[in-house]
Design a protein. Structure first.
Length: 282
C-alpha cells in the first residue's frame, strides 16, 4: 500500500447524488498517511436541507475517516460553507478529529502551508448568499443530467468518469475569471501571513501554481475532478487525480495566462492515478 505523509481533500459533498464517495473510499484505502486534512464541504448540509441522497458509500467514507483517527492518524476538519454548522465546534474534537477554522501545516522539510476552505474569499458566497444557493440548485440540476449521461457512457462502454458540471465551468469565461480572482485573493492573504503556500478547496477547480511569493494549491473535489493534494516523505507536494479520464483542454483565456506545463507521467497500473506536476516544488 503506498504511504504518504499527508493527504488533503475537500468538497466531497456527502449526502448528494454528485458525491463520488466510492472513488474516495478506494483512494483512502490505497493511501496510508500520518495526517489527513478535510478542507471543508465534506458533508453538504445545504443540499441535504432540500433532499437527502445518502448512499452506503457515504457511510463507508465516514467510517474510514473515523477509523483512521482512532488508529492514530492526525485528522483535522476545517468546515466549509456547505458544512458551516460545524464551525460552532471549532477548537473541539469529535472522535479524535480536531475541528479548526484554519490551520498551518508544516511539511517534513519545514515549509509552512496555510490550510483553509476558502469561502471567505468568494465574494458571491460572502455577500450574496442567495445567489450562491441558487447556483447550488443549478449545479445539482447539472448533476442529475450527468447521471443520465453516465449511464449512456456505460452503455456505450466509454471508460472513466466525466463531469458535465466541470466541463461547463471550464468553458464559461465568467467562471474562469471568477477562479482567477479567487486564487489571487487567497494567495494574497497567504502572502500577508508569511507562509510558503496555501492549500484550499471551495471552487472545485484543482490547481497548483505559483502566485507571487506563495505556492497556491487547490484540492479540487470529489464531485468533478476526484482529486487530492498529498505530501510525500521527501517533502514533495503534488496533486493526484483518481480514476479520471484526461482533463478537458483549458479555455484559451486560461491557457494563455499560464506557462506551458510539462507533460504528466503515465498513471501507474492498476491504480489509474494521474499525477499532475503543475508547479515545481522548489
Amino acid at each position: 500500500m503506498p504511504a504518504v505523509r499527508t493527504i488533503f481533500i475537500s468538497d466531497v459533498h456527502l449526502g448528494t447524488r454528485a458525491s463520488q464517495a466510492e472513488r474516495l473510499r478506494a483512494f483512502l484505502k490505497e493511501y496510508e498517511s500520518e495526517y489527513l486534512y478535510l478542507l471543508g464541504d465534506i458533508i453538504d448540509f445545504w443540499a441535504m436541507s432540500r433532499s437527502v441522497q445518502w448512499a452506503p458509500a457515504h457511510n463507508t467514507v465516514v467510517q474510514k475517516v473515523l477509523r483512521r483517527a482512532r488508529q492514530g492518524d492526525k485528522v483535522f476538519f476545517i468546515p466549509g460553507n456547505h458544512d458551516e454548522t460545524l464551525r460552532e465546534y471549532v477548537g473541539t474534537a469529535f472522535g479524535n478529529i480536531r475541528i479548526e477554522r484554519e490551520w498551518v501545516h508544516e511539511t517534513i522539510d519545514g515549509r509552512r502551508y496555510w490550510l483553509i476552505h476558502g469561502d471567505e474569499y468568494d465574494q458571491v458566497t460572502r455577500h450574496h448568499r442567495w445567489v450562491a444557493v441558487l447556483g447550488d440548485v443549478a449545479y445539482n440540476t447539472l448533476v442529475r443530467l450527468n447521471i443520465v449521461l453516465s449511464r449512456v457512457r456505460r452503455f456505450l462502454h466509454i471508460p472513466g468518469y466525466w463531469s458535465l458540471a466541470g466541463y461547463a465551468k471550464q468553458k464559461v469565461k465568467r467562471a474562469v475569471s471568477f477562479i482567477f480572482d479567487f486564487e489571487d485573493a487567497v494567495a494574497h492573504a497567504a502572502q500577508q501571513r508569511g507562509v510558503d503556500g496555501v492549500i484550499c478547496g471551495h471552487i472545485h477547480s484543482v490547481s497548483d501554481r505559483r502566485i507571487g511569493k506563495v505556492r497556491y494549491l487547490n484540492c479540487g473535489d470529489w464531485v468533478d475532478t476526484c482529486s487530492a493534494v498529498v505530501e510525500h516523505y521527501d517533502g514533495r507536494i503534488e496533486v493526484l487525480r483518481w480514476g479520471m479520464e484526461a482533463t478537458v483542454p483549458l479555455p484559451v483565456a486560461e491557457a494563455e495566462a499560464r506557462p506551458p506545463l510539462p507533460a504528466a507521467g503515465k498513471a501507474r497500473s492498476p491504480l489509474d492515478v494521474e499525477r499532475i506536476y503543475l508547479t515545481p516544488d522548489v
